[in-house]
Design a protein around this ligand. Structure first.
Ligand code: AMP
Ligand code: ZN
Length: 465
């Protein structure tokens, strides 16, 4: 597997630390609201990566956190607590909000055929680990207590700017423009490991600690959970590009300070999904969720297919027009796959040839659109039996997870089917009445919509082309 590594800014051969086992960590959602389809684009990319690695023969252990405390609206140490914001919006407790939106998120994953990571940990269930790590960082002078909060001193980190490719001056500008200055910090880019001096008087989730009652910063959650699950080394860590700075940058600083050595070799990031206004948002404009797409008549897998048609490192703009195009393409693809019969000789050589093409596309930094092209190539290949085609596509769908063999049960499909059956009946009546002009017209109109009528001795059937 060759994959782009944000740490080295190169496409590299992926080599895990311990033989065949891959320790994979993916940052989870902040459960203060529904995930928007932009968030879910990142989880679809991570799902392809996990399933792709398994397809290539690795044993993947994947862990993910659920952020239910500590994530502020700025992603840094300022702004409002996202969970408190959600609780206030809905007049509920943060616990109720966290439970509700965790369920909603897991349900979205299911609808999008995203495999739920084998290990999921709530941030609020791991406070003891964060305290242990923070204490060691204080003892070893990586962290300091100031005005009640515990901060990480970024000047002690080995190469704080490596992942983001930023430099101290970029950060100074960023800090001056966007962040109100915290006078308790030694360096403006230092970040909070533990808040006691909460500016949120009504903070509900809080715990006792050696530094006073408070709560952890967002970044320590992922370092702590990863350490608890995987120990000293992690093979691959993923998220959306917005996670590169400050979240992942700070995770590296903390984990390496705590462990005393390099922690994770591969960092992979998915580009954003944007709407036409430029940025996907949960508060402005249309809040694009999976259930909104369903209400509008799309299947969640239409959206999965939409994502897989572009490369995970390219920003993608969401429009209903392009989703319509993808929906039609998926419908046609499924119809072609369904028309395959369990017939003919299985051709092992051809099977291996196409499997290699698919694996090569997968191994080229997750080239999902090329993987889909291999599916079409298989369908087009006249030298292959239906049996070989079916076996190949079933094999590929382990990674693509488009349910290519599952019958459509959606209303749209049955209404399409109904429409075609009605037209076939209308044409039959026209023919009986010797109105051949109308009969041909009906046939030609359907053909323009990609539906080909086939007249047989038993009656008329159709094929989606
Ligand atoms: P959050 O729930 O805000 O912590 O974000 C969950 C995940 O979604 C993170 O991995 C983010 O990097 C990712 N993410 C946020 N916005 C977008 C977007 N517009 N497109 C793709 N991924 C996103
Ligand atoms: Zn994280």
């Amino acid at each position: 597997m060759k994959i782009y590594n944000t740490l080295t800014k190169r496409i590299e051969e992926f080599i895990p630390n311990e033989g065949n086992t891959v320790k994979m960590y993916t940052c989870g959602p902040t459960v203060y609201h529904y995930a928007h389809i932009g968030n879910l684009r990142t989880y679809i990319f991570e799902d392809i990566l996990e399933k792709g690695l398994s397809y290539l023969g690795y044993e993947v252990i994947r862990a993910m956190n659920i952020t239910d405390v500590g994530h502020l609206t700025s992603d840094s140490d300022t702004g409002e607590d996202k969970m408190a914001k959600g609780a206030r919006r809905e007049g509920k407790s943060v616990y109720e909000i966290a439970d509700f939106y965790t369920e909603a998120f897991l349900n979205d994953m299911k609808l999008l055929n995203i495999k739920v990571p084998s290990i999921i940990e709530k941030a609020s269930d791991n406070i003891d680990i964060y305290i242990k790590m923070i204490q060691k960082m204080i003892d070893e002078d990586y962290a300091y207590l100031s005005n009640g909060n515990v901060y990480f001193d970024i000047s002690k980190a080995k190469d704080y700017y490596q992942l983001s490719g930023k430099n101290a001056d970029d950060l100074k500008i960023g800090v001056r423009d966007t962040v109100e200055e915290d006078k308790s910090k030694r360096n403006p880019a230092d970040f909070v490991l533990w808040f006691t001096l909460s500016k949120f008087e009504n903070q509900i989730m809080k715990w006792d600690s050696p530094w006073g009652v408070g709560y952890p910063g967002w970044h320590i959650e992922c370092s702590g959970i990863s350490y608890k699950i995987f120990g000293d080394y992690l093979d691959i860590h993923c998220g959306g590009v917005d996670n590169i700075f400050p979240h992942h940058t700070n995770e590296i600083a903390q984990s390496e300070a705590y462990l005393g050595h390099k922690w994770c070799n591969y960092w992979c990031h998915g580009a954003h999904l944007n709407d036409e206004s430029g940025k996907m948002s949960k508060s402005n404009g249309e809040f694009l969720t999976v259930s909104l797409l369903e209400q509008k008549g799309y299947s969640p897998l239409d959206y999965r297919f939409f994502c897989l048609n572009s490369h995970y490192r390219n920003p993608l703009v969401f429009t209903y027009d392009s989703l319509d195009g993808t929906r039609n393409a998926l419908k046609k693809l499924k119809a072609r796959v369904h028309s395959l019969l369990d017939e003919g000789e299985f051709d092992e050589e051809a099977f291996q040839k196409y499997k290699k093409q698919f694996s090569d596309a997968l191994s080229s930094d997750l080239n999902t659109s090329l993987m889909i092209t291999v599916v079409y190539d298989v369908l087009k290949d006249k030298s292959l039996s239906d049996k070989t085609k079916k076996t190949l596509i079933e094999d590929f769908d382990q990674v693509l997870s488009l349910d290519l063999f599952v019958e459509e049960k959606s209303e749209i499909d049955s209404s399409l089917e109904q429409m075609i059956m009605d037209k076939i009946e209308e044409r039959k009546v026209a023919k009986m009445n010797k109105n051949f002009q109308l009969a041909d017209q009906i046939r030609d109109d359907l053909l323009k919509q990609g539906i080909k009528l086939i007249d047989t001795r038993e009656g008329t059937t159709y094929e989606i082309i």
